[in-house]
Design a protein around this ligand. Structure first.
Ligand SMILES: *[C@@H]1O[C@H](CO)[C@@H](O)[C@H](O)[C@H]1NC(C)=O
Ligand SMILES: *[C@@H]1O[C@H](CO)[C@@H](O)[C@H](O)[C@H]1NC(C)=O
Ligand SMILES: *[C@@H]1O[C@H](CO)[C@@H](O)[C@H](O)[C@H]1NC(C)=O
Ligand SMILES: *[C@@H]1O[C@H](CO)[C@@H](O)[C@H](O)[C@H]1NC(C)=O
Ligand SMILES: *[C@@H]1O[C@H](CO)[C@@H](O)[C@H](O)[C@H]1NC(C)=O
Ligand SMILES: *[C@@H]1O[C@H](CO)[C@@H](O)[C@H](O)[C@H]1NC(C)=O
Length: 365
């Protein structure tokens, strides 16, 4: 009875069907393109076509008609690592406490309730604008939740090292730490001024360690920076349980995707340009570029308030550990000021979608 009436409606109205997707690529590979049943009385007048229209069914953590937006959830004000307003040593030249940038979460391999945060921190209270040469790599710990709050644990590499990216490489059975920088031999610096990149280019180096607390091997340079801005390395191992490779893919700011057969091998250019968000089924492409923003600068807090930040950058995702790669948290650098003289910055950790609750429950939090 019901079916008959739909059919009648369907056949007697004009086609208004909008096909939301044709392939999974139209869903950014963050979801799948599925046939969708829609009922004429709950949508607009329609025809048979719309009953079988195809829509993106987004994976957990993603939303939007092309699954291109991160489903960021309200965040606790004290999440992450915000030590930008801590009291500073009066002998320090800067007022910005332990400002930080570009944090990344790792779960401890022995103690699942312990989380590590690797980030750039700025020495001497200098803040973000004095990043070159004041940036160094630090490790902080949280025993409460993956979201933090995190507390300073140790300095991984003294100045000048910046943009750390750490992951466990199953092929090498080691942690790999990618970073830009050089060792600064200068005596104690007396001001927070930055150094020109022509003096210290953004070359990328890698170090390794069997334990997340180190000791780390000396840095080996893997990418010589021809461009002033080829910073912000984003490496990822291509290893999966079905494809046990030591190959590493390395994305670089504004520029390119490189690939190497092993982490300390030769990195060859595989794709020359990186947009706002790019994805492909195969490394060889085709790669799809989307300028559509995955998130914006407004942060909603769990107490109902919100803040639109002046800086929200160097976002990194923490994925589920089941090879599904469900995004659970995003760490990001936040600053309430533009990058003016000084400028405090901190690291905020925001939950994504709904699966993080399950993850935290499974850890007993
Ligand atoms: C970090 O802490 C400072 C001082 O408590 C605060 O003013 C600032 O809003 C915090 N930043 C974020 C992004 O919450
Ligand atoms: C700030 O960083 C220094 C290392 O530069 C560390 O010794 C200190 O404990 C940190 N302070 C806080 C409050 O985290
Ligand atoms: C860095 O040095 C180069 C070469 O001397 C110069 O052209 C450039 O303007 C300098 N950049 C800054 C930000 O000072
Ligand atoms: C970094 O790269 C530059 C430019 O390509 C090169 O001249 C320089 O030797 C490298 N620096 C270090 C410390 O290896
Ligand atoms: C920011 O993104 C949220 C959804 O994540 C959206 O609701 C909001 O309108 C966006 N704000 C701006 C200014 O685009
Ligand atoms: C942010 O909070 C203000 C003040 O409570 C409110 O007027 C505004 O609508 C909120 N903005 C968003 C995007 O939720």
């Amino acid at each position: 009875m019901r079916f008959t009436s739909i059919l009648t409606l369907g056949l007697t109205t004009q086609a208004l069907a909008s096909r939301a997707c044709k392939t999974d690529e139209d869903c950014s590979l963050n979801g799948v393109c599925r046939p969708e049943w829609s009922w004429p009385w709950s949508t607009r007048p329609t025809n048979l076509n719309l009953w079988f229209s195809r829509d993106c069914d987004c994976g957990s953590g993603w939303f939007g008609s092309n699954c291109g937006s991160l489903d960021l959830r309200p965040v606790n004000q004290d999440n992450g690592y915000n030590h930008s307003a801590d009291a500073v040593d009066p002998s320090h030249p800067g007022p910005h406490g332990n400002s930080s940038r570009g944090g990344q979460i790792l779960q401890d391999s022995h103690n699942p309730g312990l989380f590590h945060l690797f980030a750039s921190q700025f020495a001497n209270g200098c803040g973000l604008s004095g990043w070159r040469p004041h940036s160094f790599i630090m490790r902080a710990e949280s025993r409460s939740r993956p979201q933090g709050p995190y507390y300073f644990a140790d300095s991984v590499r003294e100045t000048f090292w910046h943009n750390p990216y750490v992951f466990w490489s199953p092929a090498d059975r080691k942690y790999l730490l990618y970073s830009i920088g050089v060792d600064d031999d200068a005596p104690q610096r007396e001001n927070c001024r930055s150094i020109n990149y022509t003096q210290w280019p953004n070359n990328i180096s890698v170090a390794s360690a069997e334990d997340i607390r180190g000791p780390w091997s000396p840095f080996e340079m893997i990418l010589d920076s021809k461009e002033p801005h080829s910073a912000n390395p984003s490496p990822w191992p291509l290893w999966t349980s079905k494809h046990r490779t030591s190959q590493i893919i390395l994305g670089v700011e504004d520029n390119a995707i490189f690939m190497a057969d092993k982490y300390n091998g030769e990195y060859l250019l595989r794709w020359p340009r990186v947009g706002a968000r790019i994805f492909a089924r195969e490394l060889a492409g085709p790669w799809h570029f989307h300028q559509h923003e995955a998130f914006n600068s407004t942060v909603h807090y769990t107490d109902g308030s919100n803040q639109t930040l002046k800086r929200r950058e160097r976002a990194k995702l923490f994925f589920s550990t089941d090879e599904e790669m469900t995004p659970l948290y995003m760490t990001m650098t936040t600053g309430v000021q533009e990058m003016v003289a000084g400028s405090a910055s901190s690291t905020l950790i925001q939950p994504i979608g709904v699966k993080w609750r399950e993850y935290e429950r499974s850890l007993g939090f």
